[in-house]
Design a protein around this ligand. Structure first.
Ligand SMILES: Nc1nc2c(ncn2[C@@H]2O[C@H](COP(=O)(O)OP(=O)(O)OP(=O)(O)O)[C@@H](O)[C@H]2O)c(=O)[nH]1
Ligand SMILES: [Mg+2]
Length: 888
């Protein structure tokens, strides 16, 4: 129960009988004092702050809290669960040391930078949460906390796992999400009970040992990596990818061939590259290994990407991290869309170095404005110029590329020797693909014994882009494609086929037999078709054997019916929008496509009674979703889930979701207000309203969000219990009698305000906010009320509530409802305002009364507006009101 409420109802509730209490940033000093003085309490759970609240909360009464906290904790010897969250107290209270029965201690977002030794000596502690603080290390005494099962150190500044943790043999769950870790050491094998290691994307980002591909596969993979390393010893990695991208005809294929052999003669008939070409390049190199250098043949796979637009969409599957990129442009043509290339590389390469190479082709164009590009794209490491016909600049380019390759952070990292051996064996294999069985045989020949370990290596090689091995796919999982370009070439043949282009992307099995007629492909048609699906290049029309490649669909939007009044608009705005998001969505959700309503950049989906229109506006980097139907949430969650899967494949994708305002002005507006969903969530948590920029109305974020998510989730946040009713009234006999009647209504809890604070304006505001948007307010509107400053202030605040008609009951004097009465009361405040102004003017104090003048103006307007407000509202008689309250 809320400490504030405990105090409000202090006459009804015996604190000794309460077991759970929470204290918030607005809990008044009197309530804290009350709690501190009520010892001994029988609390088992104490929550200070709210983990879901905004971190920048202001704690109004922090000094009071600090003063009383030790008494409250000390007076609660039974405590089992203590949470201090989003509260800047900056230390763990000493009184916690005495809590022998404490099982769970959470101290998060509190700004602490050290943890005292005694925390680890708490005899019953099994769960410790220290997330979102400034911790850089834990004392060695952590090793003493041998009962710990769950330890959360997330979002702190640990550069390594504190070594004492390796002694916690009972630890089952360790969270180090958001910490700048570089290594998960083999000591992890010393934690036999550990089943969960939470690192999160940010926590994983800096880890180089084990290799990121292993770390991304989770705890089991990490443990098995170290177990294998301990069994077979180490070798050092000297391998990387060089990716050459750029517009068609820039000279990429020529450059790739020149890298392998500088003497390669230009071929005027060099065919435009279909899909991707892969060449293997080696050079002797000294590779960093531990503290020294070792001699190794550095192995580079040079990937030469076809420049034509049709291939761009699949680049996202092959532009890997931990690679060196060359963006080649034909200097004479000046046709390179630098931003497009730099953006996609930025999005997918996780910070890999990029070199811009200008191919002069015996001509000279304008030099690039590198300064600005460099600022925007930090991974751009340099520019060079070459002339491939004379080899001018080629030697410098090679030196630079080699250096960038050698400097890649993963180069020189240790791998189990067995892994390296399998890698070499596969590379020496001439075949384009082998069966999974064959792959396991090769692994076994190199010393692997467990299939699990072999699969782990398979996954690692797949993630590295060395081979394609989709182990989770029942069909593709039977094959390891050793030469990825064999697969991509086959796949692109379909997209490049003139007949399929002519039929706007629609094809059938006969087409595939025609295109993949050679023996190399014939037996693999099923797998290749599946591969196209994996790259989101096509889908099967449900119930037929017809396939559609959305990329080749018409760009024209087909005509379809969309006259959905009250539809709901959502928008995704991307910082950088990768190509083909909607195309991947179409493939993902193809069984929901409504009739023929699908085109290259959009689709209409239907699911149950819900419909959705999704359109990509690549130019403005937006995805627009319109939802219709009685309950759009189901449809939305289907789309949301599919988009989340797609977004996951872009390591650095950033976007913001917006939801349209649903006030009447926005409903008809060309440019309705779009609220960022993040902001709505933020406001909803703190119970604040949010203003529409068109109508200036205050909207309830919880209501706006409730259409996006299942009501249950929204309502779960509302505490159940007796209906809480607040009565806003001015002391008078009839009003007092009514309050007493409400108080004795069964099932109703009357909420009172602290009379000491009553008179202060921001206290009223805070109180109403604390009261929350869904509690019931009864306004007793009579002559005394309308003439009282405090009451009128309350009324203007209450009248602002968006759910006014639903949760506010008004009992009004007849005189107030008549036009004449209203005019009279409006006049009352107008006269006051004029009088105040006149006197202040005479005394030369206009500035000093400005706030009050504005306030009176607001009162005047509120009264004038009151008929509007009372229309359709719960204006009621005394008996009706009491009846309604007892029915709640
Ligand atoms: N004169 C001259 N011709 C060049 C030079 N570099 C490339 N070429 C020619 O330009 C044409 C296109 O070169 P490619 O290497 O095929 O271009 P690409 O970037 O691979 O093109 P796509 O595969 O279509 O993306 C070929 O005929 C090359 O021989 C150069 O420096 N000078
Ligand atoms: Mg080429």
């Amino acid at each position: 129960m809320d400490a504030g409420q405990l105090w409000l109802y202090r006459e009804k509730i015996d604190p000794a009988g309460v077991t759970e209490v929470s204290i918030g940033p607005d809990t008044p000093p009197a309530a804290l004092r009350h709690l501190a003085g009520a010892a001994p309490l029988s609390l088992t759970k104490l929550t200070i702050g709210d983990e879901r609240a905004r971190p920048d909360l202001t704690w109004r009464y922090l000094p009071n809290l600090v003063r009383h906290l030790d008494d409250i904790i000390g007076g609660s010897p039974e405590l089992r669960e203590l949470t201090i969250a989003k509260c800047p107290i900056q230390r763990i209270p000493d009184s916690v040391a005495g809590l022998a029965g404490l099982r769970t201690l959470v101290v998060s977002w509190t700004g602490i930078d050290r943890v005292p030794d005694w925390v680890f000596e708490l005899p019953s502690l099994t769960g410790l949460g220290l997330a979102h603080n400034n911790l850089t290390e834990l004392p060695p005494s952590v090793a003493a906390a041998n009962r710990l099962i769950d330890l959360d150190l997330g979002f702190n500044k640990f550069a390594e796992v504190p070594s004492g943790i390796w002694a916690l043999t009972g630890l089952e769950r360790l969270t180090m999400q958001g910490c700048p870790l570089e290594k998960i050491p083999p000591d992890i094998l010393r934690l036999p009970a550990l089943t969960e290691l939470v690192l999160g994307r940010r926590g994983r980002a800096g880890i180089t040992v084990p290799p990121p591909e292993v770390v991304a596969r989770g705890l089991t993979a990490i443990k098995s990596y170290w177990a294998q390393e301990q069994a077979s010893g180490l070798d050092f990695l000297a391998e990387a990818k060089l990716l050459i991208v750029g517009e068609p005809g820039a000279g990429k294929t020529t450059l790739a061939k020149k890298i392998l052999d500088a003497g390669y003669a230009l071929d005027p008939d060099e065919g435009s590259t279909q899909g991707i070409g892969v060449f293997s390049w080696r050079f002797p190199s000294g590779v960093r290994a531990g503290d020294g250098l070792i001699e190794r043949d550095f192995r580079v796979n040079v990937w030469d990407f076809g420049g034509q637009e049709i291939y761009h969409a699949t680049h996202q599957f092959f532009l890997t991290k931990r690679s060196v990129y060359v963006l080649l442009c034909d200097e004479r043509k000046e046709d390179t869309d630098f931003h497009y290339w730099l953006d996609v590389i930025n999005l997918l390469s996780a910070g890999s170095p990029l070199i811009i190479v200008q191919n002069r082709k015996q001509g000279r164009g304008r030099p690039l404005d590198l300064g600005t590009l460099r600022q925007e794209y930090p991974n751009l490491v340099g520019t060079l110029a070459v002339d491939l016909s004379s080899n001018d600049g080629l030697a410098e380019l090679l030196t630079r590329v080699r250096r960038e390759l050698e400097l890649l952070p993963h180069v020189g990292s240790a791998l189990p020797k067995t892994w390296q051996n399998v890698r070499l064996a596969l590379e020496a294999d001439e075949r384009s693909h082998i069966s999974a069985e064959k792959f396991f045989e090769i692994c076994a020949a190199e010393g692997f014994t467990r299939e699990e370990d072999m699969r782990q290596l398979g996954g690692y090689l797949h993630d590295l882009g060395v081979c394609l091995f989709f182990q989770d796919d029942p069909l593709l999982g039977k094959t390891v494609i050793l030469k990825p370009e064999w697969g991509t070439t086959a796949v692109y043949r379909v997209l490049d086929d003139p007949l399929i282009i002519e039929s706007r992307g629609v094809f059938d099995p006969a087409d595939l037999r025609r295109i993949w007629h050679e023996p190399a492909y014939q037996s693999m048609q099923g797998e290749l078709l599946r591969l196209m699906g994996r790259f989101s290049l096509c889908f099967t029309v449900p119930g037929t054997t017809t396939y559609v490649a959305p990329q080749l669909l018409s760009g024209q939007r087909p005509s379809y019916r969309w006259d959905e009044p009250g539809d709901l608009t959502l928008r995704y705005d991307y910082d950088v929008m990768p190509k083909g998001i909607v195309r991947r969505l179409i493939v993902e959700l193809h069984d929901l496509i409504e009739g023929n309503a699908v085109w290259r950049t959009g689709v209409v989906l239907r699911y149950d009674a819900g419909r959705a229109e999704v359109i990509e506006d690549h130019h403005r980097r937006r995805l627009l979703i319109r939802l219709a139907g009685r309950d759009p949430r189901v449809m939305l969650s289907v789309i949301d889930r599919a988009l989340a899967t797609i977004h996951r494949s872009f390591p650095d994708i950033r976007f913001e979701r917006f939801r349209q305002c649903d006030c009447p002005v926005c409903a008809g507006a060309d440019e309705p207000t779009m609220f960022p969903v993040r902001e709505l969530e933020d406001f909803a948590v703190t119970g604040d309203l949010i203003q529409c920029r068109n109508s200036r109305r205050m909207m309830d974020p919880a209501v706006l969000l409730s259409e996006l998510w299942k009501r249950a989730e929204v309502e779960a946040a509302q505490p159940a219990g007796p209906a809480e009713v607040y009565v806003s009234y001015e002391r008078s006999e009839p009003a007092g009698e009514l309050v007493a009647a409400i108080e004795t209504t069964p099932g109703v809890l009357l909420v009172r305000r602290d009379p000491d604070e009553l008179r202060y304006r921001d206290a009223v505001q805070r109180f109403l906010r604390w009261l929350g948007p869904r509690k019931i307010v009864v306004v007793v509107l009579d002559d005394a009320y309308v003439k009282s400053r405090t009451c009128m202030f309350e009324l203007t605040e209450i009248a602002e509530r968006p759910d006014f008609a639903k949760y506010v009951f008004v009992l009004a004097d007849d005189a107030l409802l008549e036009p004449l009465g209203r005019v009279r009361y409006a006049r009352y405040w107008e006269d006051k305002r004029v009088e105040l102004l006149r006197e202040a003017e005479a005394a030369g104090l206009i500035e000093a009364v400005r706030d009050d003048v504005l306030l009176y103006e607001r009162f005047r307007d509120t009264i004038a507006r009151i008929t509007d407000l009372l229309v359709g509202m719960n204006t009621t008689s005394r008996d009706e009101l009491l009846q309604a309250l007892s029915d709640l």
